[in-house]
Design a protein around this ligand. Sequence first.
Ligand SMILES: *Cc1c(COP(=O)(O)O)cnc(C)c1O
Length: 371
Amino acid sequence: MSTNARNRAWMEVRADALLANARAIQASAGEGVRLVPMVKADAYGLGVADAVRVLDALEPWAFGVATAAEGVQLRELGVTGRVVVVSPPPAADLAVAVEADLQVGVSDVETLEALGEAAACAGGRAAFHVEIDTGMGRAGFDWRSVAEWGPAIQGAVGRGAEWVGCYTHLHSADEGEATVHEQWERFQAVLGALDPPEDALIHMLNSAGALRLPRYAVDAVRPGIFLYGGSAGADLGEPSEVASVHARVVRISDRSAGDTLGYGATYRASGPERWATLAIGYGDGLPRALGNKGSALLHGRRAGIIGRISMDVTVVNITDLPEVSVGDVATLIGTDGGERITVDEVATLADTISYEVLTGFTPRLPRVWVG
Ligand SMILES: *Cc1c(COP(=O)(O)O)cnc(C)c1O
């Protein structure tokens, strides 16, 4: 017996919208600039297999991932082009990266030497990018002390390690220009002192950077969130809607004043009310913080989420929506008629960011790619 992906609750993902957002980033960055689409965390929760299939049409310079295991997964999916692991790898992952022919972002000389050794052991070469910390603080060589670590990088090159790129990562490009200028200046100072190979790929900009200050793109940009339909900044334009989340109405009940709802009975009917139970909960990744706060769309209108969200179900108030019946499809994120709930609206209500909402959807929620 197989179940239909749209029986209960599902995420719909629009391939054409993903492509449109990627083209918008490319247009902003400019013609000669290459794309390194970030497909980490299962393409921000949307499904990496389909994401790379779609994004391949734009002939990216590489795909970006965060872990060696994600790089291996791309190889298993048949990706033969470049794959860059941008997060600092634990030592045990270096051999994995070498075996899968992944490029590795390095933040310290020990890792670079270990990578070169792992490659030499395997009888090959490992390509690496030097990550420079210009203010993000979580990874990279410190921009202030290039005189100390720069020579060690030159020394490590050739022993199994091949220097193919340099990058830094922006911390506040979603908010404004000032910090981007500052990080750019620091990045330039390091590059001037470092003397990377002529053909090394120089890259700095995430989605927000690529839209806000594309003149700093240099050779490539590394967009993520905007591709997947999350805003890159309030003033940076709306992406096309890529992911929408839907659930079936599985129960409708008529209620009287005082009836309680959900764990903790945090909601009580104030009079005669009608409630609809939706077949989706926090076990699917719907943020529990939306309890008594969020809404769902039914028949093109908003119905408020009432009570706490359970692991498997969520209840909405349909007292003013008499046309709703069991089997109808509710939209938790997405568009229905003239109404829309964006992933950013949900993130704000849940006191988080679109990235966390998207990557929080669990394997129980089928991803259905269309278009
Ligand atoms: C995740 C990530 C990106 C993409 O950032 P977005 O804000 O999603 O565009 C780019 N570069 C690095 C190093 C990252 O970790």
